[in-house]
Design a protein around this ligand. Sequence first.
Ligand code: HEM
Length: 412
Amino acid sequence: MTNPSILDRLDVDDIDFAFQDTPDLHLLLARLRERKPYAVVPFAGARAVLLLTHDLVAAAFKDEQTFPARAVYTLTTEPVLGRTLQCMTGDEHRVHRAIVSPPFRRSLVTGWIEPLLEPIAHELIDRFADREQADLVAEFSTRYPVLVISRLLGLPVDDEATVLRWAHDLFYFPLDPAAAHRASREFADYVVPIIARRRAAPGADLISKLVTETVDGIALSDDQVLAFLRLLFPAGADTTMLALGNTLSALLTHPEQLAAVAADPVEQVQWAVWEGLRWEPPVGLLPRACPVATHWQGLDIPALTPVIFAVNAAHRDPAKYPEPHRFDITRRATTMLSFGQGPHSCLGSWLALAELRTGLTALVTRLPGLRLVAGADPDATVTSQVGTALRGPGALRVTWDRSHVLGRQRTG
Ligand code: HEM
């Protein structure tokens, strides 16, 4: 007879957490957490431990030894992106991360990157501001972070449609691996000659910074630069796209708070961004694994158990946030679990925050009276995207007071 295991009893039996979304996800997670701080749930035909409290999720993020990122990412991203930071551990990860980090430090984001953001946001709004309606997902939040990445890389602007397709196809790797591999190859063909040119004559762009930086006498090879650049699409562009969509969705469904943001963007936008990240974090249910049997935080977890870091449950843990289901920009909580914690925490969090602030400021300033088109409310619903890990709205059909539409101006 085998010993009883934590996995013997399922707490949910009708939803597979690898593939299936559920309309009442937050309610389900809250009910499960009322019973205990974790739940055992179906996951891709196996059973996973779903961590539900802020304390457990924060502790798990910091514990790379028990839940090494590479256990999952070598399977889910390495085949198409190459060997990225997420597949590395220990010294290799430390050195590689130190080489790529400088351009993403807070001071550089403020001085070098922030001035690039506002013109991109306005360019996109210019394309629809004269119309009566727009879908902010298709016409703004999907495009803006991809354009930011292409400009940072110094890619020619006339390739916008191709770059958008690469970003889309790399994102949808789990659903369409063939398209993702094609995008990965096309991106390599396109960018390898650019890497060579920047090695020969470095400029002020991100690729030049990546090819010239060294740490402990180590520099990145072309393959390593290429893998990092590919990672910027799913890790940097898609997450920011979803975060912007989630915050807009929250504000559009809480019009009085949107009005408060529009009335004082300099003060309120930053808090709307943080509350949006708390209320509906784009990386909502992050799958990891526990490769070896362990006794962790009072739980006996068998070897090879999938473990899901439920950031979205942690952000609605009443022990951390009073009245957690209420969207409230006056909460003023800086919820860093959105960006992970520990060695693999988000490298681009300062960039992401700057993008979100700038994008939202431009929208509320240029489009007075911004609101959902009547009858479009269901579109503002945040659902899972691709798998269940990432969450955002599918569409945000909006209108605004056209008689007051403001022209392009500095909003920052
Ligand atoms: C709101 C937008 C963003 C969110 C919510 C987000 C979230 C996250 C999270 C949760 C992780 C940790 C994943 C894990 O532990 O497995 C992460 C890692 C990472 N993020 Fe972000 N991210 C965002 C934007 C960005 C941007 C703009 C960049 C661009 C530079 C970026 C680059 C990265 C990289 C390179 C890693 C891997 C770090 C490592 O493994 O050492 N992210 N992000």
